[in-house]
Design a protein around this ligand. Structure first.
Ligand SMILES: O=C[C@H](O)[C@@H](O)[C@@H](O)[C@H](O)C(=O)O
Length: 424
């Protein structure tokens, strides 16, 4: 793109973050394909439940490692090339699944999918840090995170359409091909603010005025790991992510097996907590911006937002105690809202605590701890649920985030002038 003769676009940052949101939708669409296609695949490929469980459980494991690996790659090679290549790779892993009929290569590709899909949060936060002033970063993170629920909600109709009209293979080809198109779009359209020809000078200055000091040294996880701030944003994610995994992978099963809902009712109600989750994404940004505009330091504004949502998360603890199933769903909806509100808030804090050269690495490490929390909780729940039931796990999920809030308040130094508040 030539710098001369290019039309300037007002508020360009919001178009850029919308492009990231599209990438997030495609990311969640790809990872959700397997779950929807599973019944058909198991039938036609003659897969046993054990083989299927291998295919499923490799993802959270490689995804956790991918958080660290992708964060490092993105900080080292920059957003444009890294995010495009990683999106192309995850799309390829997804599409290639269609070529195989035995569990092992399918599991290996699922592992590749986890490794590369972990790119979306580190990349999204690096875009946020490069393009947005501090007071808007919570909202920017909320906007691209909207894609998580949208992607998960789009998967069932699209995958079922492909299977009904073609076969299970086609569902992977379609969701993968959309990803390849997005990767090309990203490589063509993305530029850093410094070299984007359509960015207005005033908009760039507004963002630059709000950057944490620019440091010369490159991101190094070894040196960053000694920084308490890294743990302050990572430990709350360890406590928070199990709720996200539970809503995605256990809630529908709970509603069927314990609450005796049929598939039609599941189709009617089980997506509602993801709709409220999207509202939580937006609320995260608006609440912290509201407080920041009234003079509260951005770090404190986000800690207050997190704590408020952690209190709402107590609704999850009540699920097992209510007899009416619709009240239980309403509680899941509040929990979906609360989770995304606090999760987006803490994810976006990497850009308030680390300079932009280190944001992807910090976000990736926090994503790693989040995925490990999710992975361990899910294994524990899976092993124990038949013996102790769900209720105790719901109680745990209701209070975990209050512990996360404690970490946030205790591990970050009182905000100093260096991490200056964003003045409206
Ligand atoms: O939207 C985001 C969720 O709150 C958060 O839990 C996810 O980002 C998850 O860690 C993931 O990487 O998919």
């Amino acid at each position: 793109m030539d710098k001369v003769n290019v039309v300037k676009i007002k508020k360009l940052r919001w178009y850029i973050i919308s492009l990231v949101m599209l990438g997030t939708i495609i990311n969640y669409l790809a990872r959700s394909t397997l779950g929807v296609a599973a019944p058909e695949m198991m039938k036609t490929l003659n897969l046993s439940s054990e083989q299927y469980s291998w295919i499923v459980s490799v993802f959270p494991f490689t995804y956790a490692i991918g958080g660290i690996a992708c964060g490092f790659v993105i900080d080292k090679f920059g957003l444009r090339i890294s995010f495009a290549v990683l999106a192309a790779l995850w799309s390829l892993c997804n599409m290639l699944t269609a070529l195989f009929s035995t569990w092992f290569p399918i599991a290996a590709l699922r592992g590749g999918l986890g490794l590369t899909e972990a790119a979306f949060n580190p990349a999204g936060m690096k875009v946020t840090a490069e393009w947005f002033p501090a007071k808007e970063r919570g909202l920017a993170c909320g906007v691209y995170s909207l894609g998580t629920s949208v992607g998960a909600m789009l998967a069932p109709p699209l995958v079922v359409w492909a299977i009904v009209n073609y076969n299970w293979e086609m569902s992977f080809v379609v969701t993968g091909a959309i990803g390849v198109v997005w990767a090309i779009l990203w490589a063509v359209l993305y530029r850093s603010p410094e070299s984007h020809p359509a960015l207005l000078k005033e908009e760039h200055e507004e963002v630059m005025a709000d950057q944490i000091e620019v440091v010369k040294e490159k991101a190094s996880l070894i040196s960053m790991i000694k920084d308490k701030s890294l743990w302050a944003i990572s430990l709350p994610r360890f406590m928070a992510d199990p709720a996200w995994g539970t809503l995605h992978y256990w809630m529908p099963l709970y509603l069927v097996t314990v609450r005796h809902m049929n598939m039609k009712e599941i189709a009617m109600f089980a997506w509602l907590p993801f709709l409220t989750a999207d509202l939580g994404c937006l609320a995260a940004g608006y609440i912290s911006k509201f407080l920041n505009n009234r003079g509260v330091h951005i770090v404190n504004a986000k800690r207050i937002t997190f704590t408020f949502a952690a209190l709402l998360m107590l609704s999850m603890a009540g699920v097992g105690f209510v007899s009416n199933v619709y009240v239980a769903i309403a509680l899941f909806c509040i929990a979906g809202f609360a989770h995304q509100c606090l999760s987006v808030t803490v994810i976006s804090m990497s850009s308030d605590l680390f300079p932009r050269q280190k944001v992807a690495t910090a976000t990736g490490f926090a994503a790693f701890t989040g995925s490990m929390g999710n992975f361990l909780f899910s294994i524990f729940l899976g092993a124990m649920v038949a013996v102790v039931g769900y209720d105790i796990f719901f109680i745990g999920l209701g209070v975990f985030d209050l512990i996360g809030a404690l970490f946030l308040w205790m591990l970050i130094k009182a905000p100093s002038a260096k991490v200056a508040p964003a003045v409206a």
